[in-house]
Design a binder for this molecule. Sequence first.
Ligand code: F6P
Length: 525
Amino acid sequence: MSTTSSHWDRFQKFFVRYPQIGFSIDISRMAFEEGLFDSQAASIEKAYADMKALEGGAIANPDEGRMVGHYWLRNSDLAPTAELKAEIDATLEATLQFAADVHAGKILAANGKKFTRALIVGIGGSALGPQLVAQAITPATPPMAIDFFDNTDPDGMDRIAAQIGAEIATTLTLVISKSGGTKETRNGMLEAQAAYQAQGVDFTKHVVAVTGVGSELDKYAIAQGWLARFPMWDWVGGRTSVMSAVGTIAAALQGVDVRQFLAGAAAMDAETRNRPTRENAAMLLALMWYSAGKGKGAKDMVVLPYKDRLVLFSKYLQQLLMESLGKEHDLDGKVVNQGIAVYGNKGSTDQHAYVQQLRDGVNNFFAVFIQVSKSRDTAGFEVEPGYTSGDYLQGFLRGTRTALAEKGRESITLTISEVNAFSLGMLVGLFERAVGFYATLINVNAYHQPGVEAGKKAATDFLKQMGQVLAALPAAGAGATADEIAGPLGIDAEDAWHMASHLAANGKAKLAEGGSPAEDRFLAV
Ligand SMILES: O=P(O)(O)OC[C@H]1O[C@](O)(CO)[C@@H](O)[C@@H]1O
């Protein structure tokens, strides 16, 4: 049999489509053995059972003692109690109504004018979902422009504030934080507040909180009398919160058909909940991750959507997979150091960047191509007789897939008919379920993130010590070296040097540079 016909046979065997929702998955270019389905049969069954229990309201996040309910957000009938269902429905309705009232001018800026822009303050799961939605499925001319403070970088915020300029008088800010205690978001909120104040605008009349009831942020919003507050629940993880108020309010303000977005995810949930494994796209994805990485994340996932609108999808999946699966311990407490590294951008652009290495370099990845059938909404345009830009985009995708396969580089191809609210919901739903299934296959808790706490704690210590360093700087004389500053404070000299250097770079200390860091001398200003 020729290579071509064997590819064709394998394609037919491992190509699964859901025509009613315009989706297909092709795993034929993955190098798995068919025996995988049998060898993993017990784990696969357990994954289905775990997912069923999770969707039924089990404590699927044992370390934090929490339910995991993001599937209920798009089908509230699944919620384990009538109270939860009512809360989900009421919150969705309230966010949509709020956005409609903003658009209709029923909720106005402090100057009596309609809001023209939105500024989202949030980080991680409290920003990535709204950013993905804004990039992928907002209308070309959305009812409101949108900006993000998704970091504590003052320069980044200054640039956005400068772009907003006087329009801050008609800008609505959403401060989004599940915990309500994330420092980057707290800082972003205070910076936003200052930007409003600088232009004499009452911040409290322009700001909405999306946060856990009773959180620090919630209390602050109540004390200041903010425009509105919407709840986040402890049973929704930040990285799966795009279908909660976190995502729905920003999306609705942007003119996105939120119900279609939720319907897409619900449809994918329905397709992948009960289907047999060989037809179950979410389980097939999880199994491909398992086979490619030998169940240990040995291969990275390179996400290559051939569609500009999906450029942020790899970034979104990076958090979804790496925060969910990147775990030190398994559920039995054994050290496993699991995870799957995710990166990517978009095709064909990336063919002119790192695809060279993918084809010829270290074979430590598998690609996930995302193919979008419909090229454009507007009339066709031929770049040469008989060919459109969209034909080229398709040609480059197929060509790269073939070129990778020729060199034994694995790939999965997902196809959607077009990028819209429904199909984006489908894709998000697909990967969420695949992550859940894969977590069972490798026996980790996908719903906590203990690792991020270490960095937060170390940063808190660093900042506290930086205050001590500032206070300890000599007011006169030749200044003090990092060793001289660190000694009495009982802190690390390297840290002290970085703290003092940072203070000096930002006008809070004076630096007399020596021949080496140990000879640098610092003075108070
Ligand atoms: O919504 P919050 O509580 O501000 O958290 C933001 C992000 O920070 C993390 O907790 C990681 O530090 C993510 O899981 C989360 O999405």
